[in-house]
Design a binder for this molecule. Structure first.
Ligand SMILES: Cc1ncc(COP(=O)(O)O)c(C=O)c1O
Length: 402
């Protein structure tokens, strides 16, 4: 049996939309992107959604918006030490300095108790990550942000469908950035999207994704509006707002073929979430017996985990290494991924920030002892049971009985 990490299906509707776009040759960002943005915003319950090329671009742009709202280059953004490396990279690419805070081992998320001591006069934002779809402690984070007048940007890359205290993740801060990469629940193959309830942020996002242009209205994506735009030549004597660049921008628009895949994905979203949640919750329940040798995260009463993947963490006294377990699973057809690493101390790219091993013990622990595997919609109970059986066999081979 095989348990691949991710899967994708391109629906009949997506194929039809792709064919239509190819027939008309309207391929760069246009009507389908606009429709996808509206659908995604509706699903999350946010006023606005702005689609971009990748989840990393979504993170970068959501932070870069803050330059229009008082932030200066070199200001600081607080992020968890443990995440996929894109979170830290994005802070730097947006022109800020990442300030890392350790995570809690049992939630994998930023430890709110440690945030305030990381705040300085230059802190502008907190960017919590809802790792493995488990919502970060947003009440505590928002309380700290309010007290210190900081923006909150959720990295919701892995948190499609997550709910925190009855509210959808993606609506809990000033903006939220999602990845739409192929292994994620809603996908455009490659892609990302930022949601926000603040139209003034959405305008800047639309400008930033297209070189910092002054042309940034929601109704007018450059190639969808047949009529002459009234604003176009009214920016100043003879200026064309498409060629007025108001801010330092990026080039990361989503294209129509990607949006077509995304529109099909929105239609199947509810079914996919239900299937993935069933897989995830039964894996969590069946995995309990492996403690203290192996543990995972829990779903608590106040939340619904977005079923992105299943986390596996070795216990402190486990008499085997992550590699031994990972290789065993891979040999048995179960694809694994490391549960990321402590960006400041286990990712060589961040060495220039001069943190040292031991500064982020929980993130480093997970970085050494964590794995994750797929819970996607092509899997079902027989795959869950197969995975559990293989873990039992592995532990039995190590002399562990339960
Ligand atoms: C937490 C987190 N942030 C950001 C990203 C970046 O997304 P992308 O790979 O679409 O650039 C990912 C990727 O999965 C992620 O897991």
């Amino acid at each position: 049996m095989k348990i691949p990490f991710g899967t994708i299906a391109v629906s009949k509707k997506s194929r039809r939309l792709i064919d239509g776009a190819l027939d008309t040759l309207k391929l760069s960002s246009g009507r389908l992107v606009k429709d996808f943005e509206a659908g995604f915003a509706g699903l999350v319950g946010a006023k606005e959604a702005v689609a971009v090329s990748t989840g990393t671009d979504a993170d970068i742009l959501a932070l870069a918006v803050l330059h229009d709202f008082g932030a200066k280059r070199g200001d600081e953004v607080i992020i968890p030490a443990l995440s996929f490396v894109a979170t830290g990279n994005a802070v730097l690419h947006a022109g800020f300095k990442p300030v890392f805070v350790d995570v809690e081992r049992h939630t994998l998320n930023i430890d709110p108790k440690k945030i305030e001591r990381a705040i300085t006069a230059r802190t502008r934002a907190i960017m919590p990550v809802h790792l493995m779809g488990k919502p970060a402690d947003m009440d505590a984070i928002n309380r700290i942000a309010k007290k210190h007048k900081l923006f909150v940007v959720e990295d919701a890359a892995e948190a499609h469908g997550a709910v925190y205290k009855g509210r959808n993740v993606g609506t809990l801060g000033d903006m939220a950035a999602y990845s739409l990469y192929i292994a994620h629940i809603i996908t455009t193959i490659e892609g990302g999207i930022v949601t926000t309830n603040r139209p003034e942020f959405a305008e800047v996002l639309r400008s930033l994704r297209s070189h910092g242009r002054a042309c940034k209205c929601r109704v007018c994506v450059v190639n969808t509006c047949g009529a002459l735009c009234e604003k176009r030549f009214s920016y100043g004597e003879g200026s064309d707002i498409r060629f007025v660049f108001e801010r330092i921008g990026y080039s990361c628009k989503m294209n129509e073929l990607e949006a077509a895949v995304g529109l099909g994905s929105l239609d199947t979203y509810k079914k996919i979430i239900a299937k993935r949640r069933k897989n995830l919750l039964s894996m969590i329940a069946k995995f309990r017996k492996f403690a203290p040798w192996l543990t995972t995260i829990k779903e608590e009463k106040h939340e619904q985990i977005g079923p992105h993947a299943f986390a596996v963490i070795l216990g402190e006294k486990a008499p085997f290494s992550r590699n031994e377990l990972g290789v065993y699973l891979e040999k048995n057809g179960i694809e694994t991924r490391h549960l990321f690493s402590s960006m400041p101390t286990q990712c060589p790219g961040f060495a220039f920030l001069k943190h040292k091993l031991g500064d982020f013990p929980n993130a480093e622990y997970i970085g050494n002892k964590g794995l994750h595997i797929g819970v996607h919609q092509d899997l079902g109970m027989r795959h869950v049971d197969y995975f559990i059986r293989k873990v039992e066999e592995f532990l039995a081979g190590k002399g562990i009985k339960f």
